[in-house]
Design a binder for this molecule. Sequence first.
Ligand code: SAM
Length: 260
Amino acid sequence: MKIDIITIFPEMFEGPLNISILKRARERGIVEINIHNLRDYTTDKHRSVDDYPYGGGSGMVMKPEPIFRCVRTIKEENTEVILLTPQGEVYNQKIAEELSKKKHLIFICGRYEGIDERVRNIVTREISIGDYILSGGELPALVILDSIVRLLPGVVGDPNSLKEESFQGGLLEYPQYTRPREFEGMEVPEVLLSGNHEKIRRWRRKEALKRTLLKRPDLLEKANLTEEDYILLKELEEELGKEVKYGFNYPKCGKGIDEK
Ligand code: SAM
């Protein structure tokens, strides 16, 4: 996979691209990441990338010409050209999976008050990383980059660890423990020490359902639940009783317990 990033602050990428998973993925040739300084695509002696907004108003707007020039220089056939903007679709794991299957991505990082509207004509997708305003598109680009690269085959040592992560199966991940077995009076759940793989699997699934139910019931409504999940949720309903803040809305997703 090839990823090109267009920015006026190339130095913001130096640290993150040179540690841990992103560094390894680049070194192994799984992903090629190129950072393009937008100022290199200007033609005036001041290397200007911004100008005053037509119609007045505060702040500056990024000029279209250098962005068009840069995208046209680096674009290939079937390139996904992504504009980072708070006005885009809100990023999630499903989009990460979709993007991880593409051959070539370009990220355009905005700055100032945003970009000249005409840039949208060369963009194929607009993405926001959440309903808040950052000073630039560099951090969103890095967030998206990191989440995509870890999905590429050969990047994460044990591919099973990806399958079990939060959001991957539509649920939050189950609780994890490591040594020591007892820490300041807090014990590791007995079942994890039992060596019984089936019991451990069932416990983890139930804990994942419990967490999702208590913390993110909205996810449960969209998750693909199995027959076993409904049995586990029924058990949780009895065990948790009134503890569930948002109500038991899981039967809305497909087959409810009563319909089985
Ligand atoms: N005035 C713009 C608006 O209201 O849509 C926001 C401009 S923001 C200060 C500057 C740049 O930061 C944007 O062009 C965009 O590239 C990036 N940015 C800010 N917040 C973002 C978010 N939540 N998701 C993605 N990019 C964001």
